[in-house]
Design a protein around this ligand. Structure first.
Ligand code: FAD
Length: 468
């Protein structure tokens, strides 16, 4: 029987990164992953196969179409007869996914990680380790890392089927639906709804919560809603879905909103109401792996489960269900197993929504900071006063900096606008070092760039913006 220092179950961002870091640290490492695309193993988990990467590929393709059909004329570029070839768009997306999933397989080879394709499950504990069934082959592991990720949450009234889809299905429509319903106005619903709206669908978003993007800073949520409504996305908040009926040609959704009942007919319905931890096929019961009441694997601050030398990371332990959080946990855990001081700073995790305009934030909202009893000062600067944004032809949005009024330390930064998914990086780095608004304001930013808006927002916390 083969034995390994570390066996990772799950090859998504948490698992594959943990495996690479463990191998770098000199551990004999194996990873068992069950994700299958086109009948073949495809490493990278939800993120690379059916999540982050394909959704961004489709967002980029659809944004190019929107630019050509709606914005090129303003630049003096006349285009006529632009049309969408959905199958080509899907093929391009699949090519991007292939490159990246193949890249993970290459990295496994390079780092001498043994890869098993299929389910991994606990068999029993033995002296000095665990026996794990790795896709039908029993192996011995000193340490086991559970990184089995998450699955889409289904709406009990609307089981997934032909016309009711989750993220994978929504990335595979073979034609643009004329009328698209989206249940859930979270990140995934907004991104996937945006893709198909740009390609011509009429999109209606039904959200149970009374407001929009309630986790975001109020100013950001208000501006985002205004921009999305301007694009033609239709939103209904505080909605209660009472009936979903699907047939061959579409889906009828009945919901109440402010006591009024409505039935809407859609060609397709995307259900994006969150994700649930995935522990199926793991043999958790057989070995007594403790889960919480929602099914997440219970861990302590060092990712240790209730079982000796068994750890869990990524979506399956809950918290921010983000690929970069999962990856950082992978690195931290491998280092902890090696006796090093692995650590993730959960206070500074960037959140990004890749719509147009993009939305990004890190740290506390103004309200969260005030609720904690902090005295805050804020500074806001619009992209409409920035030369590069005007040159781009996209002056929507702003950057808002929330800083501690006494210490000047940055507590949070909130952005909406073109390219803010990239701008959030500098803010996260400064916050990681405990930086102040003054640090951000005194840092030289290249001109003309969108990043100057970040600097100006930092200056604005002290009412000394230079270009407003
Ligand atoms: P996963 O990526 O889910 O990987 C788990 C892997 O384990 C899978 O391959 C699964 O098949 C395998 N597995 C499960 N059980 C077993 C078993 N018993 N044996 C063997 N293998 C098993 N996050 C971002 O940060 N940025 C984004 O832009 C973003 N966009 C997203 C868009 C969409 C549409 C979706 C759905 C998600 C998006 N996410 C994004 C979230 C991100 O995909 C997840 O947070 C991330 O994939 C979690 O990584 P993970 O390794 O914990 O789990």
């Amino acid at each position: 029987m083969d034995s390994f220092d570390v066996v990772v179950i799950g090859g998504g961002p948490a698992g594959y990164v943990a495996a690479i870091r463990a191998a770098q640290l000199g551990f004999r490492t194996a990873c068992v992953d069950a994700f299958e695309r086109n009948g073949k193993a495809s490493l990278g988990g939800t993120c690379l196969n059916v999540g982050c990467i394909p959704s961004k590929a489709m967002l980029d393709s659809s944004e190019k179409f929107e630019m050509i059909t709606h914005e090129a004329a303003e630049h003096g570029i006349q285009v006529s007869g632009a049309s969408v070839d959905v199958s080509k768009m899907l093929a391009r997306k699949a090519g991007v996914v292939d490159k990246l999933t193949g890249g993970v397989a290459y990295l496994f080879k390079k780092n001498k990680i043994t890869s098993f394709f299929g389910y991994g499950k606990f068999v029993r504990q033995e002296e000095g380790g665990w026996i794990v069934d790795a896709a039908g082959t029993e192996v011995k592991a000193t340490h086991v890392i559970v990184a089995t990720g998450s699955n889409p949450r289904a709406l009990p009234l609307a089981p997934f089927g032909q016309n009711v889809v989750e993220n994978s299905g929504a990335l595979e429509f073979t034609a643009v639906p004329q009328k698209l319903g989206v249940i859930g106005a979270g990140v995934i619903g907004l991104e996937l709804g945006s893709v198909w709206r740009r390609l011509g669908a009429q999109v209606t978003v039904l959200e149970a919560l009374p407001g929009f993007l309630m986790a975001a800073d109020d100013a950001l949520a208000k501006e985002a809603l205004k921009q999305f409504q301007k694009q033609g996305l239709e939103f209904h908040f505080g909605v209660n879905i009472t009936k979903v009926e699907q047939d061959d040609s579409g889906v009828s959704v009945t919901y109440t909103e402010k006591d009024a009942e409505t039935t809407a007919r859609f060609d397709k319905l995307i259900v994006s109401i969150g994700r649930v931890p995935n522990t199926t096929g793991l043999g958790a019961d057989a070995v007594g792996l403790a889960l919480d009441e929602r099914g997440f694997v219970k861990v302590d601050g060092h990712y240790r489960t209730n079982l000796p030398n068994v750890y869990a990371i990524g979506d399956v332990i809950g918290g921010a269900m983000l690929a970069h959080k999962a990856e950082e946990e992978g690195v931290a855990l491998a280092e902890l197993i090696a006796g090093q001081a692995g650590h993730v700073n959960y206070d500074v995790i960037p959140w990004v929504i890749y719509t147009s305009p993009e939305i990004a934030w890190a740290g506390l909202t103004e309200k969260q900071a005030k609720d904690r009893g902090l005295t805050v000062k804020t500074g806001q600067f619009p992209f409409s006063a920035n030369g590069r944004a005007l040159g781009h032809g996209d002056p929507r949005g702003f950057v808002k900096v929330v800083a501690d009024a006494q210490s000047d330390r940055i507590l949070g930064v909130h952005m909406i606008g073109s390219g803010v998914s990239e701008l959030i990086g500098e803010v996260v780095a400064i916050m990681e070092f405990g930086g102040s608004a003054e640090d951000l304001a005194r840092t030289v930013h290249a001109h003309p760039t969108l990043s100057e808006v970040v600097k100006e927002a930092a200056l604005a916390t002290d009412k000394r913006s230079l270009h407003m």
